[in-house]
Unconditional design. Structure first.
Length: 243
């Protein structure tokens, strides 16, 4: 469903500057929720930008739902629902107006657009907020609007970048419940600094360190390794708080 093959990204021409990504390879199957962890500067953001076709790799390849990001970037984008860390939402629009607008941009036919918006609103539990102006919503609710946008059109793959960053504990629980309900139906790549979030949601974990895959393990292997925090510390030479 989602495959990376020796992805490498370098910036500039200086030989002294290490690559942002250095031969990153992995595969994620249909219906999996996979956590992406790593210290600051490990290459997580670069990897997400390449997978979502916002950035071209220097070398290597990636395949998204059967579409090459190099040969068919439009098809790859169509297969992905992307939630950036800070979703750029227009504060003056109402929730349902914004989602309808986004559905039009994504090419959802007019006759199917209302049903697609209704489905995304139901999945993210925004029914009581659908007519509210976005600028009046709490940060947690705005994040759910961003997730509803990512769900429009039923893309088979979701890429979520720090979906609970800046949320209060109750909002975190709500967002995790929504994401957890998507597993099995969609393939989810979840980039986060929160180890507890990965433990609660993911079936597998990929840990990046200095642009390379330092570990790629299942939740069963995590338990055998003494827990995620211990595994992260061994893989990156840091402590769990730096994830």
């Amino acid at each position: 469903m989602l495959r990376a093959e020796a992805l490498t990204k370098t910036y500039g021409r200086s030989r002294d500057r290490p690559p942002a990504l250095d031969g990153v390879s992995f595969e994620i199957g249909a219906g999996e929720i996979v956590g992406l962890l790593g210290p600051n500067g490990a290459g997580k953001t670069t990897l997400l930008r390449i997978l979502t076709c916002f950035l071209a790799p220097t070398r290597g390849a990636a395949n998204v739902a059967g579409c090459s990001i190099a040969d068919d970037p439009r098809g790859a984008r169509h297969a992905i629902g992307y939630l950036p860390e800070s979703a750029p939402l227009p504060p003056e629009m109402r929730v349902d107006e914004y989602l309808s607008y986004r559905g039009a941009l994504k090419g959802i036919a007019r006759r199917a657009r209302a049903a697609a918006c209704d489905e995304a609103i139901a999945q993210t539990e925004l029914g009581d907020r659908r007519r509210q102006i976005i600028g009046t919503l709490s940060r947690g609710t705005r994040q759910r609007v961003g997730l509803a946008d990512a769900l429009l059109g039923r893309p088979p793959i979701l890429i979520l970048d720090e979906p609970t960053a800046g949320l209060d504990p109750n909002q975190v629980r709500q967002m995790r419940a929504v994401i957890g309900g998507l597993g099995g139906d969609r393939t989810v790549l979840l980039s986060t600094h929160a180890l507890a979030e990965v433990e609660a949601l993911a079936t597998r974990v990929i840990i990046l360190d200095r642009g390379r895959v330092a570990a790629a393990v299942s939740t069963a292997e995590i338990a055998g390794a003494g827990g995620l925090e211990a595994l992260f510390a061994r893989a990156t030479g840091t402590d769990g708080e730096s994830a």
